[in-house]
Structure formats: C-alpha cells, structure tokens
Design a binder for this molecule. Structure first.
Ligand SMILES: *Cc1c(COP(=O)(O)O)cnc(C)c1O
Length: 396
C-alpha cells in the first residue's frame, strides 16, 4: 500500500506518505525492531546481497520503519531520495564523506550550528578538506570565497540565533555557476515552512532531533536530494554505519504527522511574542523574520511560509539584565535545545557561542544582552508572564 505522492498536498503527505502495511494490515505504521532479515533460500540471500533483488538484508543498510520515514520525508521535501542517519551531525558527515574527497573545498556561512562549525573548521582539515567561512548572508560574499576546487556551499537559513535569512535561490546560482553543490540545513524551518530543493538547493540536511520529532525525544538526521546524490550517501551509510535506529525512525515518523500543525501554531505563537517583545521597555531589539522590522522580512516571506518558531531579542543592560530574565523563568526551560513543543530560553553568548572569542562574538552581533527563545505550544500569555518577571525586575 503506497500512496501516489504527486497528487497530494503537504498536510496529507505528512500523515500518509511512505506507509507500507504488512500482511497484518495494521493501521498505524509498524515498528520493525530487527537487526537482520531472513531469506527464503540460498539463491535469494545471494541476490539480496548482490543487490540484484531489492529487499532488506541488515538494518545498517535498510529497515522497513526507517524506509517509511525516508519516503515520507522525501515526499515532504519534494526530493527523489532521502537517507536517514543517527543524528543531524551524522547526516552532515555522511553527506561530506560521500560527496567530497581530500583536496576539495567547502564554502560555509559562519553562523551555522556550533558542532557543524567544529566539524568543518577543525576535523575535516585533518582529512584534506578545507572550509572558508563567510560572514553575513550576502551572495557576493560567498562568490568571493569560491575556488576551482570548491565542491560544496553549506548554509543554514534562518541563522542561529539572529535569524538572518539567506537567499537560497541566489546562492544556488552562485554555487552552480562554479559547478558546486548547495546544501541547506533546513532544521529551523522544516519542510512545513521551507522547501530549499524547490528554490534551487541540491541537498537538504535535517536534524530530525528538532522539529521533525518535535517533542524532544530522540536523535535523528537525514539527507534529502536527487537519487544520484542519495545513492552515494547510502553507499557511505551502509559501509560506515551512522544508521538511524528503527525505534527513533518510528518516533520521528509519527512526529511528522503533526509537523504542519505544530509549525503553524508555534510560528503563530512566535509572531505574537515577537510583536509583544518589540513593545516592551527594556527590550532594545527583536530579531524575528516575521516582523516588518526584520532586515530580510521580504525575502523571508518569499522563501518561507511564515517566520518560524525561533526568535531572539536584546535586552538593555548586558549580561546582568539578560541573565535576570533567564533566572526569573519558572515555565520556560533553560536549555540550548530547540524544536520542542516546550518553549526554551538560551543565553547564546555564555552557552552555544561561549567557546568563540569575544571579538568574534561581537562581530557577529551576539551581544551579552541577547536571548534566544524557541517558542513552543504553551499559551503566549503564560510565556509573556514568565518573561515579564525578569524584564521588570531591577538589578539586585
Ligand atoms: C541540532 C542541530 C544540528 C545537529 O543535529 P543533532 O541531531 O543534534 O546531531 C545541526 N544543525 C542544526 C541547525 C541544529 O540545530
């Protein structure tokens, strides 16, 4: 039982795409907790191993629950193929190991996830793959860093934590003009709000740990692309083994069923909270792509279905004032994680961006007064009340 993906809308695909029923006709997707698969006879075993006959062999390669997740996510991203991985970082590593080699070069935006920055900047150079980092989202800045051996341009949009929006279509043109691929980490928006492949990107990366699961339960990741690219990623995965557990795949698969409705509701909450924060005394600036005051508001509204669920804001009074807001929270979770139905608050300068130099932080706009909120599904009034306490408190 497979549905024809082309004719259905995103909401329907999120609930139905990729499901394959067993002989028991279960209604909900089955969880296949098995590491290996049996064959009818020796000839079939040989045919499965050689790839002559399609089918499952061993769960490092494929597992039916993981396959259902891959097909559903591919349908949502409008991709020919999808390879699920053990985590978001495993997806980035698998993409690079599969598609690049020693001597190749990457151009990446500087404001990417901290572990991605470490992987590109500190680990890959050991294997002969160098990365040039670009400050800001201007396509001309990326163009200037391209070399004859550049194979990959890697970005996140909107950026973390300042929500700068990068122009996927323009950057795809910059990359393609020099024969490089464009990969977009679509973790912040998810396919419910943004589909980078439709805008010219070649690869979409996911940390399924965030909005795809959406409830902070399991780790997972994925690479979505055309079949030629995902075939290469699959060859690396089945050999090197950063494969997704079927249990995690099953959790994420069920998470996708509510993705659209969660992203819509969490984005609406974020917009309401951003507007309220802009009007609060003591708040110097709010960064949220859905606000008219955002520098790339027009681009964001063209590229994304809404502003997303993540915002940041700067309070007057530096670290003392921003830590007071954090320390007065009783409801919001003080954690660096995001993409959960529970609202989280983070002080980037002392946590996620604490390891980079003060100068580099200042240059990228991550001030001591900056706070990031990943807005969940609680009532906005309750979130406002939680933030108000700290915003209205005096230095003690
Ligand atoms: C969390 C995150 C990752 C890494 O994902 P894991 O599942 O934690 O390995 C990559 N990119 C972005 C934007 C993230 O937020």
């Amino acid at each position: 039982m497979k549905i024809a993906n082309e004719s259905y809308s995103l909401e329907t695909l999120a609930v139905r795409a990729g499901q394959e029923r067993s002989q028991f006709n279960e209604h909900s997707e089955a969880l296949y907790l098995t590491s290996s698969f049996v064959f009818d006879n020796a000839a079939q075993a040989a045919a499965r191993f050689s790839g002559e006959e399609p089918g499952n062999v061993y769960a490092r390669f494929t597992n039916p629950t993981v396959t259902m997740l891959q097909e559903r996510l591919a349908a949502l991203e409008g991709a020919e193929g999808c390879i699920a991985t053990a985590s978001g970082m495993a997806a980035i590593l698998a993409m690079i190991m599969a598609l690049l080699k020693a001597g190749d070069h990457i151009v990446a935006s500087r404001s990417i996830f901290g572990a991605t920055q470490q992987l590109l900047g500190n680990i890959l150079p050991k294997f002969g793959i160098e990365t040039s980092f670009v400050d800001g989202g201007d396509p001309a800045g990326f163009h200037a860093q391209l070399k004859p051996n550049t194979k990959l341009v890697f970005i996140e949009t909107p950026s973390n934590p300042l929500t700068e929006v990068l122009d996927v279509d323009a950057l795809a043109q910059v990359a393609h003009a020099r024969g490089a691929l464009l990969a977009v980490d679509n973790c912040f928006c998810s396919p419910a709000l943004q589909r980078p492949l439709e805008q010219g990107a070649d690869l979409v990366i996911h940390s399924a740990t965030k909005y795809l699961d959406g409830q902070g339960r399991v780790l997972g990741g994925a690479v979505c692309a055309n079949a030629a690219l995902t075939d290469e990623v699959f060859k690396f995965l089945r050999t090197a083994g950063p494969s997704l557990s079927p249990f995690n795949a099953w959790v994420i698969l069920k998470g996708l069923e509510t993705l659209n409705i969660r992203m819509q509701a969490q984005s609406a909450n974020a917009l309401e909270l951003a507007r309220w924060l802009e009007a609060q005394p003591g708040v110097a600036r709010v960064f949220y792509p859905g606000l008219a005051s955002h520098p790339q508001h027009a681009l964001a509204m063209r590229q994304q279905a809404s502003g997303g669920a993540i915002l940041s804001f700067e309070v007057d009074g530096g670290r003392d004032a921003s830590w007071r807001v954090v320390d007065h929270c009783k409801l919001l979770s003080i954690t660096a994680n995001l993409g959960d139905t529970k609202t989280t608050i983070t002080h980037p300068a002392s946590t996620t961006h604490g390891r980079i130099s003060a100068e580099a932080r200042a240059a990228s706009g991550i001030t001591e007064g900056l706070l990031r909120v990943a807005v969940g599904l609680e009532s906005v009034a309750d979130i406002q009340a939680d933030l108000s306490r700290g915003l209205n408190s005096k230095a003690g």
